[in-house]
Design a protein around this ligand. Sequence first.
Ligand SMILES: Cc1ncc(COP(=O)(O)O)c(C=O)c1O
Length: 304
Amino acid sequence: MQNTASVDGIVTSLEDARVPVLDRGFLYGDSVYEVFRTYQGVPFLFDEHWLRLENSAGLIYMTLPMSSQDLLERVRETVVASGAAAEKLDVYVRYAVTRGVGPIDLDPAASANHSVVIIVKAIDSWNPEFYTSGVTLAVPSVRRNPGNALSPNIKGGNYLNNVLGVIQAKQLGADDCLLVNDAGFVTEASNSNVFFAVDGVLVTPSQHASNLQGLTKLTVHRVCQLAGLNCVEQSVDVPTVRQANECFLTSATREVMAVRSLRLENGEVLKFPAGGGPLTQQVAQLYKDYVAEYVNDNRHRALF
Ligand SMILES: Cc1ncc(COP(=O)(O)O)c(C=O)c1O
């Protein structure tokens, strides 16, 4: 397959895709986006992603220029053009809606039509060690944006806060960051949610702590509830993290990924079981089972 993009319906190879320099997505990060992946061609949680896009758009006063059905058709066209459909290869899909081209002016009133960009590429291949052993995290000095300055539920084109977190984490020798907020509570990693196992209970930071309402996180809640595992959202401070004996990340592309170490801001390094402890492994399996069931129930929506 060839990585492919669609910019306002014009389909090209990903390298050849272009957006104008006056696009507000480029100038100001004035855009919203979603990422999902397919399993056996089925767009996983397509409707939920669309609802989250609508929510992001609402939070930035943007009216979406197309329906979810039209978007799905455009995604299908892009997947077919990439060759993935013919080869029956699962894909990563990122779609963004920008507020389009306009004068260099923060006020979006004069911007013309919105722009819809779809990127279809081969599924990210994470370092296999991230699954066999786990990722390493570090708490950077940069703090998560306060939610009342920039809502973490705006899944938009402005990710500088998260970029700074990753840069600082790498400077500390870790794979990714664990961002805390100004009050010292854990929020999330750069592009994934985080869970800890504390005294046999799975704990993930609540929405008050400024984190994106991850769809993988919500799926983990659902599967835990069905399996009778105790899984709660609450404030997570550093003393709670110190009590944890397992930790994992969740996102559409990472799925459930074990964390093997966490460097706190004072330099202390917490260790977690390589490859994930028993709860992490159980949740990873429950998630896989849920995906398989979803695929079975949604074959009629497959993109190939
Ligand atoms: C900041 C942030 N948090 C969490 C997530 C995980 O969300 P999801 O599980 O829907 O992929 C993402 C995904 O991109 C993200 O960007």
